[in-house]
Design a protein around this ligand. Sequence first.
Ligand code: 13P
Length: 253
Amino acid sequence: MRRPVIAGNWKMYKTAAEAADFIRELKPLVAGAEAEVVVCPPFTALAAAAEAARGSNIVIGGQDVFWENEGAYTGEISPLMLKDLGCSYCIVGHSERRQYFAETDAKVNRKVKALLEHGLRPIVCVGETLAEREAGQTLTVCQRQVEEGVKGLTTAQAVGLVLAYEPVWAIGTGHTATPADAQEVISFIRGVLGSIYGPEAAEQVRILYGGSVKPENIAALMAEPDIDGALVGGASLKAQSFAAIINYRGKGI
Ligand code: 13P
């Protein structure tokens, strides 16, 4: 059984004080949740968020990382530094980083390896643009991003990964992929992992869907057999809506 993961990607929102307030509000709403709860604040709010989450079932992740431990890399943050602040996860290869910050598959791969070396769990994002989807390239693009992103990992490392399928056209647009479309691509991604690491290992990898996930559409997405959770942007910025997504199965809000 794969334990579901509901992760919030706050992108460039919230100060440290706002992050701490949010975590304090979220804690009682998600105590005892079946899903693993991950919050990924901006770098500047990581310490405050981790401190506020201490002793709860909420874990903290970064949104990006550089692959070296230390050195002359102005502006960068290392896996050691993330760990030092109490992170256990880190998003890698988000489409916004690929689009605006020249993130390549090769860089994603180096970041994934660096995180794993320090016991941090990568959330590796893949997904096609609208132009790629319209050109019928969805599966080819996702296959390349997965194969290059996880290149050189051992099977033991691969099973600990979390992947996130985030079609770029669904991010921040309100246009969620249909559960069937998301299932099709996610099941394909599991197949790609299976051809590298074997089907048994691929069955253990958690693969999330991201792109306009809301309290209203989470249950239908989660009903698909290969969708193991969600990477949530906008709807993770309010504790009430994020909690409603986390509690999709039970009490809800
Ligand atoms: P939205 O949920 O705002 O569409 O963002 C999705 C996303 O990019 C999560 O990483």
